[in-house]
Design a protein around this ligand. Structure first.
Ligand code: FEO
Ligand code: CA
Ligand code: CA
Ligand code: CA
Length: 669
């Protein structure tokens, strides 16, 4: 079969991968030298379905056949990858209509768009019938659309955390697998986006009710899920289950919380979260949801199409964050003045988005909290790691062509902060990554600096960011000022077993047009396929990095584009398995506790493949295809139960809303 590229969604460019980075002074070549010397869960944006994977873990066998297929290493440690890879022939047989999976597993559909959060509420499930849409009030009580980042919170996690808190350390993964509940808990799921034709059945809203329906299809869901004795997972009634939308009351904390940059003349309270993309989880049992392409929900009602004009720094930042008079075409600003960039009463409303938001899944009445210390970018994911001294570091990508990788480090050990009733995410330092080449510019590894973003840096102060709240609200401008390294679209970040960080760079085909540069860490001139980079910190302000997977090298055939301009080390090498498990465009990433890296892809896959879930053994570099999705889809969000008996993942936009491509999770036709 021929390669099928993911069609562009004509209604809304939700990927927002055009660069808005105008700087010319951050180039890798310019900054490298200085650092070298210093060191040696259904239809087009429609539904989404979380699928569950059953593996024969001890006492929990759900595998289709008996055999050595558990993904949790047991007492006798064997290879990390034991399942039969899904073959391209098996994928082709499904014709992109239905999800396919390794013959060692089976899947089930758990939470498609329209699933009531409380099955006993009397609210009718919405199953995608275009003639009977939910009201906005009903949508606020059912699963949203565009499922993305996700995490599973075992029902007894708070009790286990209290025990671990007393011990001062986390139980090892095997012990956690035994004590944590793997059959009931909360699944926190991001609902990133859904276009108007899909959600409303028309291209543009005609009323505030239409806008509210669109708004309530976005956000986050906290779903109470439970496995029954037949191995079936279901959504169950629970007082803490809830939807969080762009109209939910929020708290704001951290250094910018009382900034005038977050206040409006209208005096309206801070509400809502939107375009929730990747995610993270904290050691203290909360969920981090990441606001990515928030700019696309704002627009202007001025007849001449202008907006802003209230503050020169904000006007500069509008360009850098990609605001426009029409946004992505949602039309919220026409009926909801909060999203009107030309309304002076709400002049700072847009500054209230672009944050990482912390949610307590175990308390349905607790307001989500926007953590300003982590900066305001197009947040993809938030990978939290406990440092040796008990503080935490949070690794975060800013997903746009030629944007950056960031890190936050807490001021104090997280256990001390939690005991004192403070958040470890409210005080600390924010850094941006500057990658260096090391001794050899062509060996695919090097060193780098984490550069602190602070108004004490004259480069930042001279850029007009002379107070910390300005640095945090306009983080991209601060990072530009210190020469951060432009990357090929940083997507997810995740923490490996030894504290190393894996970053997916999904692709960047705009370098030929001048967006980004070829250098050792972005080695492909016309990078259609992406790559995976590993970093390891040396203290707070330095790191080493290594290219662990270049997607060009995971293809069966060389795309052959512009290789004359590529770095030599990146030249095409045939994959060791002959391309049997080929994949490209890594996006979602989750590293498990044993050295496996799960990668969800988002982009045109080679051969006859649709977007995939691939598992990499980070110790050997071997990778195997576990699952392949349907046409015009994206696999994103991935987490297992503590016993590795069930794995949850999301098919974000099956068919991109086009029922002639697929009706998944329903059978075609
Ligand atoms: Fe929402 Fe960068 O993916
Ligand atoms: Ca090097
Ligand atoms: Ca993504
Ligand atoms: Ca993506």
């Amino acid at each position: 079969m021929e390669l099928k590229k993911k069609p562009v969604d004509l209604e809304i460019d939700a990927s927002e991968d055009e660069s808005t980075n105008p700087t010319t002074n951050r180039t890798f070549q310019d900054v490298a030298a200085a650092h070298l010397s210093r060191r040696s869960v259904l239809a087009g944006s429609v539904a989404v379905a979380a699928t569950s994977f059953f593996s024969p873990a001890p006492g929990y066998a759900k595998g289709k056949s008996q055999g050595n297929k558990s993904i949790a290493p047991g007492r006798n440690k064997g290879p990390l990858l034991k399942f039969a890879p899904l073959t391209e022939a098996e994928v082709a047989a499904a014709d992109g209509r239905m999800v396919t999976i390794s013959s060692d597993y089976e899947y089930d559909v758990l939470i498609p768009w329209g699933t009531p959060i409380d099955p006993n509420s009397g609210i009718k499930e919405y199953t995608g019938d275009p003639n009977t849409r939910p009201t906005s009030a009903e949508q606020a009580e059912m699963a949203g659309i565009g499922h993305d980042g996700m995490f599973f919170y075992p029902s007894n996690l708070p009790r286990v955390l209290r025990t671990e808190m007393r011990r001062g350390r986390q139980l090892p993964p095997q012990a956690r697998a035994r004590v944590l509940d793997s059959r009931a808990g909360y699944l926190c799921v991001n609902h990133e986006f859904g276009g108007n034709t899909h959600v409303l059945g028309k291209g543009f809203p005609e009323s505030l009710e239409d806008v509210r329906l669109s708004q309530h299809a976005h956000g986050v869901g906290v779903y109470a899920v439970r496995e029954n004795n037949k191995g079936k997972w279901k959504v169950v009634s629970d007082p803490n289950a809830r939807r969080i939308t762009v109209n939910t009351d929020m708290k704001v904390s951290g250094p910018a919380s009382s900034s005038p940059l977050l206040a409006n003349p209208a005096g309206n309270p801070v509400r809502g979260t939107v375009n929730n993309c990747g995610s993270g989880e904290t050691p203290w049992g909360t969920y981090l949801t990441c606001e990515e392409n928030f700019n696309g929900y704002f627009g202007s009602t001025r007849e001449d199409g202008t907006f802003g004009g209230f503050d020169s720094l904000q006007d500069e930042a509008y360009g850098r964050y990609g605001f426009s008079n029409a946004g992505f075409g949602y039309g919220w600003h026409i009926f909801d003045e909060r999203f009107d960039l030309s309304n002076e009463s709400y002049k700072n409303e847009s500054n209230r988005f672009g944050w990482i938001v912390e949610i307590n899944p175990f308390n349905g009445s607790e307001k989500p909290i926007k953590r300003t210390a982590l900066g305001r970018i197009k947040h993809e994911a938030a990978a939290v790691k406990e440092l040796d001294d008990g503080r935490v570091a949070v690794y975060m990508g800013d997903d746009q062509r030629a944007d950056y990788c960031y890190k936050f480090e807490s001021a104090r050990p997280w256990r001390d902060e939690i005991k004192a009733g403070r958040s470890p995410l409210d005080e600390g330092k924010l850094y941006v990554a500057v990658f260096g080449e090391g001794m050899d510019p062509n060996d695919g590894k090097g060193s780098g600096d984490w550069v602190e973003l602070t108004p004490a840096d004259p480069r930042i102060a001279n850029a007009g960011l002379d107070t910390m709240d300005k640095v945090l609200v306009y983080t991209r401008l601060a990072a530009d000022a210190v020469g951060a390294t432009a990357m090929d679209r940083p997507e997810w970040s995740t923490i490996g077993t030894n504290g190393e960080v894996y970053w997916t760079m999904t692709n960047n085909t705009a370098k030929p047009g001048g967006v980004g540069e070829v250098n050792e860490v972005n080695p492909i001139f016309n990078n259609a396929d992406g790559c995976i980079i590993k970093t390891e910190d040396i203290g707070a302000t330095a790191f080493t990095w290594e290219m662990i997977m270049l997607s060009r090298n995971t293809r069966a055939s060389d795309p052959g584009t512009d290789s004359a301009n590529d770095r030599p080390y990146a030249l095409y090498q045939a994959p060791a398995d002959g391309g049997a498990n080929q994949f490209t465009d890594p996006d979602c990433a989750w590293a498990d506790a044993y050295g496996r890296l799960f990668i969800g892809t988002d982009g045109g896959q080679p051969g006859a493949l649709e977007d995939q879930l691939v598992v990499i053994d980070t110790t050997t570099g071997e990778y195997r295809r576990m699952l392949c999705s349907v046409q015009s889809d994206e696999i994103t969000g991935c987490i297992s139960t503590p016993n590795y008996g069930t794995l949850f993942t999301n098919t974000q936009h099956p068919g991109n809303g086009d029922p002639t491509r697929t009706n998944f999770p329903a059978a075609f036709d």
